[in-house]
Design a protein around this ligand. Structure first.
Ligand code: IMP
Length: 201
């Protein structure tokens, strides 16, 4: 553990994804915070995402780590909501085709379920849950509205990126560089709200 950093300045991320951890570190580092993954903080289990909402899942993830580390914990949950599917796949986005599905299976399923449907409105949602020891959880939500394409375009990003065009753009997220996608993404917007809250705290 880093000795120079006061214990309150450490934020543990409830994710195994080192890419996400790096993004959070880049953003929160300049504010004086050190971001560690749960594994780096000595906890390596992942809870089952049994919640029915992004908030519930983010809280489940945050609490599972907070029970094992003495630091503040940040968890995120995200997914894609499609208007004509009443918000599906939603919290089931990662396992839309089946449990353990590859991203490409999920994209193919969504394109075939939508078929020639003309209403292709959708939005990405990201909810962050920040848990400080002894305090009420704080939530930050980012939305990114757009349209589902009829075929895949681009190989960048992950998940549904190659079939999602954010509003105001002609390219899919899969055709964009991370530095183009991140500021307009649901995750980017949620993180921005969180960073603003931390600064004002
Ligand atoms: P999680 O929040 O990492 O559990 O992500 C849930 C699922 O939502 C992912 O597996 C993707 O299928 C989808 N998803 C979330 N954010 C994005 C994104 O930025 N691009 C594409 N797919 C995403």
């Amino acid at each position: 553990m880093d000795q120079e950093i006061p214990i309150t300045q450490i934020i543990v991320l409830a994710t195994r994804n080192t890419g996400k951890a790096r993004e959070f570190q880049d953003l929160l580092g300049p504010l004086g915070y050190k971001v560690l993954t749960a594994v780096q903080a000595g906890y390596d289990k992942e809870p089952k995402e049994t919640g029915k909402t992004f908030r519930e899942n983010a809280l489940i993830k945050a609490q599972s780590v907070a029970a094992h580390v003495p630091h503040s914990v940040l968890a995120d949950d995200s997914g894609l909501e499609v208007e004509v599917l009443n918000g599906a796949p939603g919290v089931y986005s990662a396992r839309y085709a089946r449990l353990g599905a590859k991203d490409s299976n999920n994209r193919h399923k969504l394109l075939s379920v939508l078929g020639d449907q003309t209403n292709r409105r959708a939005r990405f949602v990201c909810v962050l849950c920040f848990l400080e020891p002894g305090k009420e959880p704080q939530y930050f939500e980012g939305l990114c509205p757009g349209e589902i394409t009829k075929e895949e375009r681009g190989t960048g990003g992950f998940g549904y990126d190659p079939i999602f065009i954010p509003d105001g753009e002609t390219r899919t997220f899969g055709e964009m560089k991370p530095e183009e996608k991140n500021p307009m993404s649901h995750r980017g917007k949620a993180v921005e709200l969180f960073a603003k809250w931390l600064k004002e705290k």
